[in-house]
Design a protein around this ligand. Structure first.
Ligand SMILES: Cc1ncc(COP(=O)(O)O)c(C=O)c1O
Length: 388
């Protein structure tokens, strides 16, 4: 059994989550409930595999071992009924770097790329950084979760001659796990207009029962003809720092175009730590993941109940997946700047500002649930003490 209750001190470890905020906000004793990494130790077999490599002491260039491909193929097949061949799988240092590669491979400067609002902020950042234009379709809040506005997406695709759409499945920051009908509908729409789909599925394993992750390429037999999947073991198993991700491309033309850009920028070489960590996680991390999901689901339930009781003005969108909770503070009537300031300066907690994820994020904050319950409770109590 993993002790997810154990509180580790990450201060002084050069952690983005814990150490960067002291400089940003010029304040000590902040509780960080922001950036998406977890305050939990990785699964023991991953630690052992990395230790073994470290202790051998030679850190030369590595090939991609057969055993790694096998581990990836087995994980996707057994958990998601998603069938991959070795040749479908490329590796990359991260999902965000792959988004950059895909934008360069499938669009030209000045093209418009479709995303949702709100959505994981590097989508828009990467589109802009590559000299393309962002078209953001607002998600609709309905039935306590986000839904896509397909009519708006279609109108944008047509009016703005869109050729690329970046889907976040499961959705960060809303925690939405898109269901088969929605994926089918959005896929058919993209297929109709010749839009290539990048499906960022990095949160694929972080889904709470009875919801189930459905990979975009398993929705219909021909969806692999116009889509690529980006995913990783690093989010699931808290390995973000070791840098590795996978790109699944079945269509030969899409794969060739992606590889060409990867080669132009020498992005196909991955840290050996990433390769070893990914394989060990997929081979031996299953039971750790089961325990993690039950811990996260309890943290989610706890947060919802806490807010309902102590801070009913703040509404939480219950996540169907991810370890992120989308909180609506708009009833408090504060500006975004004032809300952020009061959270940091008065409450001493750091959340991600909703506006980071799009204009619809105004009045919202993203809360990271992946920490020991005591840390989470302390953060929530501080927030309630200021706003309750
Ligand atoms: C949707 C999404 N994609 C990608 C990433 C980051 O991926 P990577 O570290 O592999 O670039 C994150 C991290 O939070 C994420 O939430």
């Amino acid at each position: 059994m993993t002790d997810f209750d154990r509180q580790y001190s990450r201060v002084g470890t050069d952690s983005v989550k814990w150490d960067s905020i002291r400089e940003t906000y010029q304040k000590d004793d902040l509780i960080p409930l922001w950036v998406a990494d977890m305050d939990f130790m990785a699964p023991q077999p991953v630690i052992e595999a990395l230790k073994e490599y470290t202790e051998a002491g030679i850190f030369g260039y590595s090939i991609f071992p057969e055993s790694l491909y096998e581990a990836v193929i087995t994980w996707e097949a057994e958990r998601y009924n998603y069938s991959l061949k070795k040749e479908d799988i490329l590796f990359s240092p991260g999902v965000v770097p792959s988004i950059g590669v895909a934008i360069q491979a499938y669009t030209a400067p000045g093209d418009t790329v479709l995303i949702h609002d709100p959505v994981y902020h590097p989508f828009a950042n990467m589109v802009k950084a590559n000299g393309r234009i962002v078209s953001a379709s607002l998600l609709v809040e309905r039935n306590d979760h986000f839904e896509m506005d397909l009519a708006d997406m279609e109108a944008r695709i047509v009016a703005e001659n869109i050729k690329l759409f970046i889907l976040c499945n499961p959705h960060n920051p809303g925690g939405r796990v898109w269901d088969k009908e929605e994926l089918l509908a959005v896929g058919k729409l993209c297929q109709k207009y010749g839009v290539t789909v990048i499906a960022d599925e990095i949160h694929q394993d972080l889904v709470f029962a009875p919801r189930q992750h459905i990979s975009f390429q398993t929705v219909a037999s021909d969806f692999a003809d116009f889509s690529i999947i980006l995913t990783a073991a690093t989010k699931t198993f808290n390995l973000a720092g070791i840098k590795n991700s996978m790109v699944y491309i079945k269509d030969k033309k899409l794969r060739r175009a992606f590889k060409e850009v990867q080669e132009m920028t020498e992005q196909a070489t991955i840290s050996t730590f990433g390769l070893i960590g990914t394989e060990a996680a997929y081979r031996h991390g299953g039971s750790w993941l089961t325990e993690l999901l039950s811990y996260l689901s309890e943290n989610s339930r706890f947060t919802q109940e806490f807010l309902a009781e102590h801070l009913p003005q703040v509404k939480m969108m219950p996540p169907e997946g991810t370890y992120l909770a989308w909180l609506d503070f708009s009833e408090l009537g504060l500006t975004d700047a004032a809300l952020q300031k009061r959270l940091v300066k008065d409450a001493g907690v750091v959340l991600n500002a909703g506006t980071l994820f799009g204009k619809q994020g105004s009045g919202h904050m993203r809360l990271n649930l992946a920490c020991p319950k005591k840390t989470l409770a302390a953060g929530l109590q501080r927030i309630a003490a200021v706003f309750g």
